[in-house]
Design a protein around this ligand. Structure first.
Ligand code: ASP
Length: 363
């Protein structure tokens, strides 16, 4: 199998090439150790895979000194489970949006990530969820924002896309819609975890009166989850789900439910799911911009994702990362910080995951 023959050295060569081609004037590597200011990675997907799924669990990776092998193992185990849930659908010929929903639901149900249970809490101490999904085959899209009762926000986003003429439903309207559609609801307390309450209390104690917009610890801020898929019919799609940012202003909506900012998919260019400082991703329409560069400027996926995330966005102060896929199934992870919980699996390669920007995905 191509994947088995391709040793780590080949992966590293591809990684270095990708970094050089996308960011030739950035001092990304100094001496033997990488100075991680950004990384554009292209994982091996095998040759001509029938289906591909790539996922992320947010750009807010813990600092190395706060990460234990046990905790890293827990993150990687949930990422692996999410990949397999999506792969199960794709193997059976299910479409991209179904696979995205299945993969994201695993991460929403885990309290490790900032989505579903374990979502970041807002300035009123509540979890309010944003999610979106887009089908690149027909440009259909669906999203919900500011919901407090929907157990799996990505399922509601897919229901908006497939069962209504609307694209975005917000607030109590989103909760009401989910109930009407028979989707699973939860008590608002179900979403709250001790870890997130402590993060909120710490943030308010250290920065009284300041809201999330004033920056701070990335691990406390960016933990959004997302997925991009190529299905057996050759269609690409993308989805994203989040609790937003710790101590976000009551009513604040980020980029994750905004089509073109946090999520975008078109069979004519690419599919993208983003994580990071949402206000920047909205202002710079990051997901659409990456695909538009491919469409109008003829750039490759790695060039477009590197240019937007590492060059343009970082220069403006927009921290974050994206996962992206093109119609051939090529996957790109583009990060302008220290990493992103991420993983990839294809019809030809096993589930592999990574956390930091200076590592490639591995089993
Ligand atoms: N992009 C999300 C937001 O700003 C946060 C994240 O990626 O974790 O709402």
């Amino acid at each position: 199998m191509g994947y088995k023959i391709a040793p780590k050295i080949l992966s590293l060569a591809i990684l270095s090439l990708a970094i050089l081609s996308a960011n030739s004037d950035l001092p990304l590597w100094a001496g033997e150790k990488p100075v991680v200011q950004g990384s554009v990675q292209i994982p091996d997907i095998g040759s001509r895979p029938d289906w591909v799924i790539a996922i992320h669990g947010g750009a807010g990776v813990k600092a190395h000194d706060q990460m234990t092998p046990e905790l890293a193992g827990q993150y990687r185990a949930v990422l692996g489970k999410a990949l397999k849930a999506g792969a199960h659908i794709l193997k059976a010929g299910g479409d991209g949006p179904k696979a995205i929903e299945a993969a994201i639901m695993v991460m929403e149900d885990s309290s490790l990530f900032n989505a579903g249970r374990g979502a970041a809490l807002d300035s009123h101490g509540n979890a309010r969820h944003d999610a979106s999904i887009m089908n690149g085959a027909n440009m259909d899209a669906g999203a919900i924002a500011g919901s407090t009762r929907i157990r799996n926000p990505i399922a509601a986003a897919r229901a908006v896309m497939e069962r209504t003429e609307n694209v975005l439903i917000a607030g109590s309207g989103a909760d009401w819609f989910a109930a009407e559609q028979g989707l699973s609801l939860a008590d608002p307390l179900y979403f709250q975890t001790e870890r997130r309450r402590n993060m909120l209390l710490k943030k308010r104690e250290n920065e009284p009166g300041k809201l999330a917009e004033h920056g701070g610890d990335q691990a406390a801020l960016f933990g959004t989850v997302g997925a991009v898929v190529l299905d057996r019919d050759g269609n690409i799609s993308a989805g994203t789900s989040t609790g937003g940012r710790t101590n976000k202003r009551y009513g604040r909506i980020g980029d994750s439910p905004i089509i073109g900012a946090g999520t975008y998919a078109s069979n004519g260019s690419c599919a993208v799911s983003a994580t990071g400082h949402g206000e920047y991703f909205m202002r710079y329409t990051v997901a659409r911009d990456i695909c538009a560069r491919m469409e109008f400027a003829g750039e490759t996926l790695e060039q477009a994702a590197g240019q937007v995330v590492i060059k343009s966005l970082k220069a403006k102060g927009g921290d974050g990362a994206v996962i992206a896929i093109d119609p051939e199934g090529k996957v790109v992870f583009s990060m302008n910080g220290s990493g992103m919980y991420r993983g990839v699996m294809t019809s030809e390669t096993p589930a592999r995951t990574a956390i930091y920007a200076d590592e490639m995905v591995s089993e």
